[in-house]
Write a protein that binds this ligand. Sequence first.
Ligand SMILES: Nc1nc(=O)c(N)c(NC[C@H](O)[C@H](O)[C@H](O)COP(=O)(O)O)[nH]1
Ligand SMILES: [Zn+2]
Length: 199
Amino acid sequence: TKETHLKYLSEALALARLSPPQPTNFRVGCVIVSFADTDSDSDSDSRTTLSTGYTLELPGNTHAEQCALTKLAQQHQIAEDQLYQVLTPQVNAVLYTTLEPCGKRLSGNLPCVERIIATRRIGGTGGGGVRKVVFGAKEPGTFVTDSKSLQRLNQAGVEWEFVQGLDEEILRVAMEGHVRTEKVDKAEEATRLGQQPDE
Ligand SMILES: Nc1nc(=O)c(N)c(NC[C@H](O)[C@H](O)[C@H](O)COP(=O)(O)O)[nH]1
Ligand SMILES: [Zn+2]
């Protein structure tokens, strides 16, 4: 339910605040939750937090979702492409991230949407893995304007939901380290309005 989603998005936002502000990325928080033995993210009481992450938590140019997935694999001493062994269908894993997962990164590093899809068996085509992604804000157009991460999730059969309510605060925290320029403001405004900023 929306209350459950907002509860976990708030937890993820608290994690985002731990991220050191940078002008070259966003401060994002991520929580991976198991809604075991329910077939949806209903209000079952058997919810457990499997892993958390925030931008730059782990060494290197790391994203929040990337850190949560890497830490989960480390906890179980398995490789990240073996996470389907942990994230079985019965675990019913939902990944909460304050900002929609990236579909493209200016650094060229593997986007988080691919890391999320790869938690499923057989390179992302099998069962299990992250069943659903819940995020609280769309990615502003500061760095990339055509991430296509949501189309990619649809294509891979991973559910997603944009839960409104915290987006203003999420974006303020995400962009704390940014230098305000006319160009950046225009790109972010255009994305907020759902337009492709004119190049
Ligand atoms: N969902 C998400 N979680 C994060 O932890 C994070 N930092 C971003 N940021 C998205 C943004 O598009 C990329 O940060 C830039 O494209 C620069 O790319 P790098 O981060 O240097 O790979 N997005
Ligand atoms: Zn990412």
